[in-house]
Design a binder for this molecule. Sequence first.
Ligand code: SF4
Length: 649
Amino acid sequence: MRDLTILSVIPPTTQLNTPYPSTAYLTGFLRSRGVRATQADFSIGLALRLLSPEGLDSIRHRVDALPGASHTASTRYFSAHFEAYRGTLAPVIRFLQGRDPTLAHRIGSRRFLPEGPRFAAVDQYTGGADDGTDPLDWAFGALGHQDLAKHIATLYLNDLADVIRDGVDGRFEFVRYAESLAASQPSFDPLYRALHAPLTLVDEMLKAMTLEALSTHRPDLVLLTAPFPGNVYGAFRIAQAIKATHPSTTVVLGGGYCNTELRELREPRVFEFVDYITLDAGERPVMALIELLQGQRSVQQLVRTHTRSHGYIDAKEPDVAFSACGTPTYDGLPMPDYLSLLDMLNPMHRLWSDGRWNKLTVAHGCYWKQCSFCDVSLDYISRYDLASTDTLIERIESLVAETGQTGFHFVDEAAPPKALKALAAGLIERNLPISWWGNIRFEKSFDTELCQLLADSGCIAVTGGLEVASDRLLKLMKKGVSVEQVARVTRAFSDAGILVHAYLMYGFPTQTVQETVDSLEYVRQLFLNGCIQSGFFHRFTCTVHSPVGLHPEEFGVMLERPTRATFANNDINFIDPTGVDHDLLGVGLKKALFNYMHGMGLDLDVREWFESSPPRGAHRRGRSRGTDSVPASRVPPDFIERALSRATR
Ligand code: SF4
């Protein structure tokens, strides 16, 4: 049997502070089965190439060649201050990697780094105060040098990201690349055309990284994991470079994007780039492919795999149990190179961009699996599978030993309360000092006692779905919680010193303007009463795998006739007879939430956020032009306060 070398790759771009965990899971699993496996993160690799002095020279070359009319404020500022950028970039990167903390004093002086258009936002930071306080003093005080410098350095990098977008490649962002070419694209044509267009500087760098990795690792099989649409173009560019130079290397595409969007793939041209596309949890399909390459099984025995020659094959073998998936490993990834960034001035929000978190899941899938907007028919939600507490703790200990980092992010769809309770007790019993945060449902078993236990075990934050804060809609979407219950649970977490982030939604089928206004009022009161510290409003999207997409009539909507998809198939448009302009309302919701997260505007009538130019701070009171177009909230102004006091009686 031939020994194979497997290389798992994170295509650009995902996040800069910590690796996306898919390759760590796969590599850990494959090694546990005796397979020679390694991994590479082209997301951080590409960012660091662009953000090097040589990368900056190449960017300048492209920017200088732009016709005058194509320049933007970002590119003009960059050209005028190029030497300042070039002289400071390497030290700033070292600072953000945590290798040179004393540089904070110089960065914080605001005389060290060039300050491009992104710095205009600094003057808006008021924290609700209107007393002439220096905006950055308000945020960081006298001793917050490190955070102040991190924030300034983040704005500086954001300016450079804008220059890359405006002067080099309009599709580039640090957290997604050319996303629109893949997100719910029924036809492969736009992506195919882009893959045959001349290489941009970003593409050239990606190609160079691919060739270097091939020469270093000499893989027989390359696994490209594409969790999101913003990784797909990068994945295909990598595959293209492999096929052009090493045609005998087998290339496989998998990951969350394929699992949701490529289930009904009927596009032969994708196989000009990749050999196979796997669906759902990767362990079993990848082992089957390895056995195929070793001559141990036939194509007809592959598992959940789109093939060039035989269409879709699924030998329907059971998945590898969660307890048998092995411990993820970050070995092979450049752990000291990740950048800790501080973008938004909100203590909860920073967790997503600041710090190198070890990523684990407490369970596979979701124990609730009922929400009608969720992909409950797909494996990543529907197959609920737990490992024992001992197994979890062994994985935690192993990751701490390997990375030297004690921070964990549990990236479950919804971590089960019972398993969290057992895990917390186990961590305390073994005196294992870690910090952890993760995603949960705001269900009533998270009472004061359990929240305190979780905090004692190292829990620092939780995220969970409140969705549309409306009891009618929460019932319709089968969320299994009420607004009052969410208030009590989130307050129990907050009282235990655990930060709470709420995922919020608008535009659910049959949601009225009144319900949207009321939901914002509930959210305002949740902030005001210290229940939540952060949130994010998502526009509801109907996916073909969710109960709404599968049974629209039960939710009072009609699906638009779907385009015949040969490539991606996930989001689907629907007609809601209520005819509400959710896009317009969404602008107000997002502005309100942004202000609430910075402690501003909590005493304003929620109608004010829906006017054309919303208020800047808490100092403006009273109703103003435009608020007449939305109804007043029907929610009693002390609804959450009363719900909380009932809970303590
Ligand atoms: S939305 Fe969350 S809680 Fe609801 S079914 Fe999906 S994963 Fe589970």
